[in-house]
Ligand binder design. Structure first.
Ligand SMILES: [Zn+2]
Length: 85
């Protein structure tokens, strides 16, 4: 999962992704944290297979959304075991 976050960070550096100033959910603009880092977070709403398809959320909405999808990612593919055999 860390890989998807790394790809997002890289895309931001390259200018391929732009981190907005406000949350896509509540439209609030959280102030930077104590270290001065932006607080809007990339949420992988379509799963980590699409690492750059993200929704930008404030920490509050990100927590709420992740709580609602706590079972995500879905169960490991049962075929995976067979294919790895
Ligand atoms: Zn929000």
């Amino acid at each position: 999962m860390a890989h998807a976050h790394y790809l997002v960070a890289k895309a931001i550096k390259r200018g391929e992704l732009v981190r907005p100033k406000s949350c896509e959910e509540c439209r609030k603009s959280p102030p930077p944290n104590r270290r001065g880092a932006a607080q809007i977070q990339a949420h992988h709403h379509n799963g980590y297979e699409n690492p750059l398809d993200v929704q930008w959320l404030c920490p509050t909405c990100h927590l709420r959304v992740n709580g609602a999808t706590a079972n995500w990612p879905i169960e490991p593919d049962p075929l995976g075991d067979i294919l790895n055999d």
